[in-house]
Design a protein around this ligand. Structure first.
Ligand SMILES: [Zn+2]
Length: 342
C-alpha cells in the first residue's frame, strides 16, 4: 500500500478506529526509534560524547511520497520523496526534513537511519495488513474475543473497536492459546496425580516424584485410563524403580536385540517373521490401543509388511525389527524377553 492508499483506507474507518490505529503506529515507531537509539548509544558511548545531543531528537515518522514522486518538502525548500519528521524534545518543535538535512540536524549516520526506516516500514506493513483485513471483511473479531483474558489489553481494545488483528498479532494470540492449553493439561495431570497419590505408599510416591516429568505423565495417564493398570492393587505392585531404569535398560537391550538380529536377517519371508517375531507381534497387538498417535502409522506399515510377506514377498527384516523396537519402546514392552525365548 502506498501512502495515498493507506490514507484512503484509514479515512474509511470511524474516528475511534482511526485514532486507535494512529496511536498504535506512532507508539510502535517511537519504540523502534528508542530501541535503535539505545543500541547506538551502547556502541558509541565510549567513542563519542554527544549522546546528550542525540537524545534531543525523536524521529516521529518517515513519509514516502512514492516511487518517482516528490510531493514532500524539506525545511530548506528541496522537493522530496522521503520526508523525515523530527521532533526536538526540549524545544518541542517539529522539523520536516530530507535525508541530507536530517543527517546534518541530528548527527545520525546513514546506516542508523536505514535501520530505523526498515523498522518503520515493518510497522507500516502491519498497519496495511490490518487495513486490508478490514476491507476484505474475512476476519471474525468474535473468534478472538473469546480469548480476551489471554491477550494483551491492547489487542482486546483493538478487537472491541471491531478492528481485525494483524497476522503478526494473530500468531501471537495462537501462541498464547497453545501455552494456555499446555498449562491446563499440566494442571489436570497434576490433579489426577494428587487423587492417585492418596492410594499409594510414601515410597511409591517418592519414586513417582523422582521420575522425569515425561515418564511420570505416562504412568499417570496409564493409571487414569486403566489401560495397562487395571486396578489399584496393580498400581501398588508397580516396580517404580524398574520404570526409572526402563529407558536405559530398554535402550541397551534393544540395541543388543537389533545387533543379534541384524546379522541373520536381511530379506526375510513370512515363515521367518512368524518364527522370530510371533510373540512380540502378539504382545504389541494386545496393547495396540496404547500406541501413541504419532506411531500408529508405523504399526500400519508393520502390518502391511507382514501382509506382503504372507502373499509371498520377501521383506526387509532389519526395517521390520527397527519398527517393532520403536513401538515396543513406546508402549513399555520389554523386547528382549521375546527374543531370548527364541
Ligand atoms: Zn533540506
Amino acid at each position: 500500500m502506498n501512502e495515498k492508499e493507506r490514507h484512503l483506507c484509514l479515512s474509511s474507518l470511524n474516528e475511534e478506529q482511526r485514532q486507535f490505529l494512529q496511536t498504535y503506529i506512532r507508539q510502535s515507531k517511537c519504540d523502534i526509534w528508542v530501541e535503535q537509539l539505545a543500541q547506538l548509544k551502547g556502541i558509541e558511548l565510549n567513542s563519542r560524547n554527544d549522546t546528550d545531543e542525540l537524545n534531543d531528537f525523536i524521529l516521529v515518522d518517515v513519509l514516502d511520497g512514492g516511487y518517482g514522486k516528490r510531493p514532500h518538502q524539506c525545511e530548506c525548500g528541496r522537493a522530496l520523496r522521503f520526508q523525515y519528521i523530527v521532533k526536538h524534545t526540549r524545544k518541542e518543535i517539529e522539523f520536516k526534513l530530507g535525508s541530507e538535512c536530517f543527517k546534518k540536524f541530528t548527527n545520525m549516520d546513514t546506516s542508523f537511519v536505514k535501520d530505523v526506516k526498515k523498522g518503520f516500514n515493518k510497522v507500516n506493513k502491519e498497519l496495511d495488513d490490518i487495513l486490508e483485513r478490514c476491507t476484505s471483511g474475512t476476519f471474525n473479531v468474535n473468534n478472538f474475543l473469546i480469548y480476551a483474558d489471554l491477550m494483551p489489553s491492547r489487542y482486546v481494545e483493538q478487537l472491541e473497536l471491531n478492528l481485525p488483528l494483524s497476522q503478526k498479532q494473530e500468531a501471537k494470540v495462537e501462541q498464547l492459546i497453545v501455552e494456555k492449553e499446555a498449562q491446563l493439561a499440566q494442571k489436570e495431570l497434576q490433579e489426577t496425580y494428587e487423587e492417585i497419590k492418596d492410594q499409594l505408599s510414601d515410597e511409591q510416591c517418592g519414586l513417582l516424584d523422582s521420575l522425569s516429568e515425561d515418564e511420570r505423565h505416562q504412568v499417570i495417564i496409564r493409571m487414569k485410563n486403566g489401560e495397562v493398570i487395571h486396578c489399584i492393587e496393580d498400581i501398588k505392585n508397580i516396580d517404580f524403580e524398574d520404570i526409572i531404569d526402563r529407558n536405559e535398560i530398554l535402550d541397551k537391550r534393544s540395541n543388543k536385540a537389533a545387533r543379534t538380529q541384524k546379522k541373520s536377517v536381511d530379506q526375510i519371508n513370512y515363515n521367518t517373521i512368524i518364527d522370530s517375531h510371533r510373540e512380540l507381534l502378539r504382545a504389541i497387538h494386545a496393547r495396540s490401543e496404547t500406541i501413541p498417535s504419532n506411531l500408529v502409522k508405523e504399526w500400519t506399515v508393520i502390518r502391511d509388511m507382514i501382509e506382503r510377506a504372507k502373499s509371498g514377498e520377501d521383506i526387509d527384516g532389519g526395517v521390520l525389527i527397527q519398527k517393532l523396537l520403536i513401538i515396543s519402546n513406546a508402549i513399555g514392552i520389554d523386547v528382549l524377553e521375546y527374543y531370548e525365548k527364541g
